[in-house]
Design a protein around this ligand. Structure first.
Ligand code: NAD
Length: 495
């Protein structure tokens, strides 16, 4: 890992890409409009980024469709597609420091997290998706001797991808690697709050040998570029990661246009259940702190609701407060920093609003509190723990997406499950117990796409990632991700 001063020097020399990437080359927005990309750690401008709208989306979709119809990618032998995506994985790895720096400057996450998590995970995602291309087979239905029924999984055509800012490169990788592996062309609209790494990625994809038009990156705002992509008649599948509010809008746009399939990875309010038979409360507390304070709490699976059994609450809270001391906001370019600034002033205002509402509704602050913003010095919030919380409070119900933890208590297992499930969301849940039967019993009843037992947040490219209820429908990662980007077709032959 490079030192703080080395990252600072590298950041001075960094040249970011800021135009749209359409049909294999960088272009300005047709309107000529731009929007500023701001470093949230010091509020300085990094670049003026092409602000695309429906005209640019039309051009990008036309290029993607033309590439798909021509078969320059979709028609390549699987082995060849595999080679190109593997080369892209290598290029991301080789340019790992540059990509890490780009996301850190663009949205404020710590450089150590970029280097240790986002870059290796993104590389792995491309590698794994590439490796799977020539290992997925079709099926033959068992219909009898006088017929032959082939069940094929074909690419859908043009995939529109819309991504958030909290793990900019990684979320893009989770969408486009399986979509490309399945043979599709992609038009990606990255978040306007962190679009820069996606633009560089597109350039690297061309260098790896991806034919022009197969991957287009169109930066812009949600209500302009995003909406135009979601409404486009030539987009066959929409893959989205972001808030549940916008997810609901996209489903509407799909209904208004061509009924494209909409895959959603949305918000969360994940519960963390700490039972009195947990045999390592110290580890549970350290994990609980990491589950809400890492990446400044800007994590979809953040465990922002703790339900702790009354009999062990005092002991657990002492350990939690101690564990929280490890998280101190600082310059994200310093490898020692584990919490950077929030992404922008709007996010800081949201965090402040929820903390105020928690206090007004009777929450007891144990740590942190309303952020103290200093003009021009970044959008920093501190770890905040609020005790005396219950499910009727606004900050317990709604996703905050910041370092704010609600602590609630329970007495029985049934009560814990009911409280955990009492949410519009169902993304992740953590359960701490040394009783194997309880671990299974509780996991089975939790309304959640993912459950971690005696851990939190662990995953693997082989393991599906996603939620239920307002947290979403499809799954990223694993072979199940590939299913989202293919259409099933039967060919029924009478022999
Ligand atoms: P967001 O919903 O505000 O924006 C996400 C994307 O949608 C952005 O690219 C934005 O420009 C676009 N968008 C906004 N309005 C649009 C519209 N009308 N039409 C089309 N596109 C539009 O979310 P965000 O603030 O970028 O990200 C934070 C959210 O993402 C949180 O809710 C978090 O939980 C969620 N998230 C979920 C996962 C997951 O895997 N479930 C992972 C990461 C983040």
């Amino acid at each position: 890992m490079k030192s703080y001063s080395e990252w600072q020097q590298l950041s001075q020399a960094l040249r970011v890409r800021h135009q749209a990437y359409i049909d294999g080359r960088f272009v300005d927005a047709i309107s000529g409009e731009t929007f500023p990309s701001i470093n949230p750690a010091n509020e300085q401008k990094l670049a003026d980024v092409a602000s695309c709208d429906s005209a640019d989306i039309d051009a990008a979709v036309a290029s993607a469709k033309q590439a798909f119809d021509a078969g320059v990618w979709s028609g390549l032998p699987p082995k060849q597609r595999k080679k190109i995506l593997l080369k892209l994985a290598r290029l991301i790895e080789q340019h790992g420091d540059e990509m890490a720096l780009t996301d850190t400057l663009d949205m404020g996450k710590s450089i150590s997290e970029m280097v240790n998590i986002d870059i290796p995970d993104s590389v792995d995602c491309f590698e794994w998706s590439a490796e799977s291309i020539d290992k997925v087979y079709g099926e033959i239905a068992p219909t009898g001797d006088d017929t032959l029924v082939l069940i094929e999984h074909n690419p859908v055509g043009v995939v529109g991808a819309i991504t958030p800012w909290n793990y900019p490169l990684m979320m893009v990788a989770w969408k486009i690697a399986p979509a490309l592996a399945a043979g599709n062309s992609v038009v990606l609209k990255p978040s306007e709050k962190a679009p820069l790494s996606a633009l560089r990625l597109a350039e690297l994809a061309t260098e790896a040998g991806l034919p022009d038009g197969v991957l287009n990156v169109v930066p812009g705002f949600g209500h302009t570029a995003g909406k135009a992509l979601a409404l486009h008649m030539d987009v066959n599948v929409l893959a989205f990661t972001g808030s549940s509010r916008v997810a609901a809008m996209l489903m509407g746009y799909a209904g208004e246009s061509n009924m494209k399939r909409v895959w959603i990875e949305a918000g969360g309010k994940s519960p963390n259940l700490i039972f009195d038979d947990c045999d390592n409360l110290k580890r549970a507390a350290a994990t609980a702190a990491a589950a809400i304070f890492s990446n400044q709490g800007e994590v979809c699976i953040a465990c922002s609701r703790i339900y702790v059994q009354k009999s062990i609450k005092q002991e657990f809270m002492a350990a939690l407060l101690k564990a929280a001391e490890r998280f101190q906001p600082g310059d994200p370019l310093d490898p020692a920093t584990n919490m950077g600034p929030l992404v922008d002033g709007a996010q800081l205002a949201t965090v402040e609003r929820y903390i105020r509402s928690a206090l007004e509704e009777g929450g007891q602050p144990l740590l942190g509190g309303v952020p103290e913003y200093k003009d021009g010095q970044g959008y920093y919030a501190t770890p905040t723990i609020i005790d005396g919380a219950h499910n009727e409070m606004t900050f317990v119900k709604e996703e905050i997406f910041g370092p704010v933890l609600a602590v609630c208590e329970f007495e029985t297992e049934e009560e814990a499950i009911a409280l955990a499930n009492d949410s519009q969301y169902g993304l992740g849940a953590s359960v701490w117990t040394s009783n194997l039967s309880r671990a299974h019993r509780v996991s089975r009843q939790l309304q959640s796409g993912m459950v971690w037992v005696n851990t939190w947040g662990e995953g693997d490219t082989t393991v599906p990632f996603g939620g239920v209820k307002a947290s979403g429908n499809g799954r990223d990662k694993s072979l199940h991700a590939m299913e989202k980007y293919t259409d099933m077709k039967n060919v029924f032959i009478r022999l």
